[in-house]
Design a protein around this ligand. Structure first.
Ligand code: ZN
Length: 160
């Protein structure tokens, strides 16, 4: 890319490091002509195919806004949503495809949302999986209950 200071068409990489989440590389560059230093951030492109067929770049912000609605009135912070969106992005990128559909994004949201808040999870799942009867809710809740029943190490000290 061009030097942002003098528009020289070349630059030299003087340092590069992978971000903590492993999803991007930040490179420090120096312009051989004016000596100006600048950084570039490189990520693999990841596109989302919407139900309408429109393709747009993956956005953590969109994941957050979709989940935020399901979290209304729940003890979920913006920070929680940001962490969730990062997990979703990691999960989707780990599939190795550069293009995913909204269905795969929804699936990737369900797991981390369930860990975060079960009520929000049920709300999100009811819309995403198009629950159309009480039985759908019952089976989703039954699944959550069944998982709660698996012994957790810290439950053994609960008073009888
Ligand atoms: Zn320059």
């Amino acid at each position: 890319m061009h030097c942002p200071f003098c528009r020289h068409p070349d630059s030299r990489v003087i340092d590069s490091r992978t971000s903590d989440d492993g999803l991007s590389i930040r490179r420090r560059r120096q312009c051989p002509q004016c000596g100006g230093r600048f950084s570039t951030i490189e990520t693999a492109s990841l596109n989302v195919i919407k139900r309408s067929g429109v393709v747009e770049p993956f956005s953590r912000e969109k994941v957050m806004s979709g989940v935020r609605k399901a979290c209304q009135g729940r003890p979920v912070t913006e920070g929680d949503l940001a962490v969730l969106a990062q997990k979703v992005e990691e999960a989707v990128r780990q599939t190795g495809s550069s293009q995913v559909d909204t269905n795969e994004i929804g699936l990737a949201i369900l797991g981390p949302l369930r860990d975060l808040d079960e009520v929000a999870y049920l709300r999100f799942a009811s819309v995403y999986q198009a629950f159309d009867s009480l039985e759908d809710f019952e089976s989703a809740i039954g699944q959550l209950r069944a998982d709660h029943a698996s012994p957790a190490p810290d439950e053994s000290v609960a008073p009888a």
